[in-house]
Design a protein around this ligand. Structure first.
Ligand code: CNA
Length: 253
């Protein structure tokens, strides 16, 4: 660890020790080390390959479910194979040790729960289950994949005639549990952002609720964000390495 990193680790551990309620908001950047592409890393992010509104909006799902599943099917298949990485493990350790009180994630990959985090709010839902758009019946992603495979047009139909939709928030849909996320963010005297570009609204407004209560903001993300200038500490480094170094410093690993 360089001297600068060590100073930053010390500063954050000091903030954590002094905080009564620490909340972390995570984004796709905590899962890239598990092999899941993020959206906005130039050249590598999923959005450099497709137009999000064309493929993953609620309108796209309703108008052309076959095309929608051409994009989503490989993502659902991929998620059956992936495992949590050091970011997920570090955040789960921080929770167990009492340093982290609540985790809000924009990710739909379930990796925080797989790593053992308990107090997790998935504001964009998760890809573990799907719901019939017509009758509301829920099925596992494993069964969804089977239904896609079995259908000639690769569309997963429900027995009621409706189409199953992954239980995630698509462009054009409201977030899940936004009120609870705002309540949690408002309680936080320390708010950590880990691996998010903070470009997706309204999730990117959550740090502001903590700031409004004079909370301290820490941002760990490769790319700059629109809130960097309001943060007590900004770290443009690998989030997994940094969080692991933090856990080591706190004697958790
Ligand atoms: P984003 O806009 O793609 O931003 C991710 C950020 O993470 C970028 O700014 C990167 O610079 C940064 N980053 C990537 N790898 C690392 C790393 N190892 N260390 C530090 N920083 C890193 O994604 P957001 O989460 O901010 O945007 C919200 C979208 C992305 C939500 O709708 C998610 O549902 C969606 N998404 C989720 C997943 C997932 O579930 N794993 C994957 C891709 C997209």
């Amino acid at each position: 660890m360089s001297e600068i990193e060590e100073q930053q680790v010390k500063k954050i551990s000091h903030l954590m020790k002094g905080s009564k309620y620490t909340v972390c908001l995570t984004g796709a950047g905590v899962s890239t080390a598990s092999g899941i592409s993020d959206f906005r890393t130039p050249g590598k992010g999923l959005w450099s390959k497709v137009n999000p509104i064309e493929v993953t909006s609620i309108q796209a799902f309703q108008e052309n479910p076959a095309r929608f599943y051409q994009f989503y099917r490989p993502r659902i298949e991929e998620l059956q194979q992936v495992s949590p990485n050091q970011s997920h493990h570090a955040l789960s350790q921080l929770e167990r040790a009492g340093y982290l009180h609540f985790l809000i994630t924009q990710n739909i990959d379930c990796l925080h729960k797989k790593a053992g985090s308990q107090r997790v709010l998935e504001i964009h839902g998760n890809l573990d289950q799907s719901i019939c758009f017509q009758c509301g019946r829920k099925i596992s992603s494993r069964l969804l994949l089977q239904k896609i495979e079995e259908n000639d047009h690769k569309i997963p139909y429900c027995q009621c005639g409706g189409v199953f939709k992954p239980d995630v928030v698509l462009f054009g849909e409201a977030l899940f549990n936004l009120d609870e996320a705002i309540d949690e963010a408002s309680k936080a005297d320390l708010f950590l952002v880990a691996g998010s570009s903070l470009q997706v609204s309204p999730a990117n407004l959550l740090p502001e609720y903590s700031l409004a209560q004079k909370g301290n903001l820490v941002i760990i993300n490769y790319m700059e964000t629109h809130l960097d200038h309001k943060a007590a500490v900004v770290i443009h480094q690998d989030v997994g390495l940094f969080l692991s170094a933090l856990c080591q410093y706190l004697n958790l690993l």
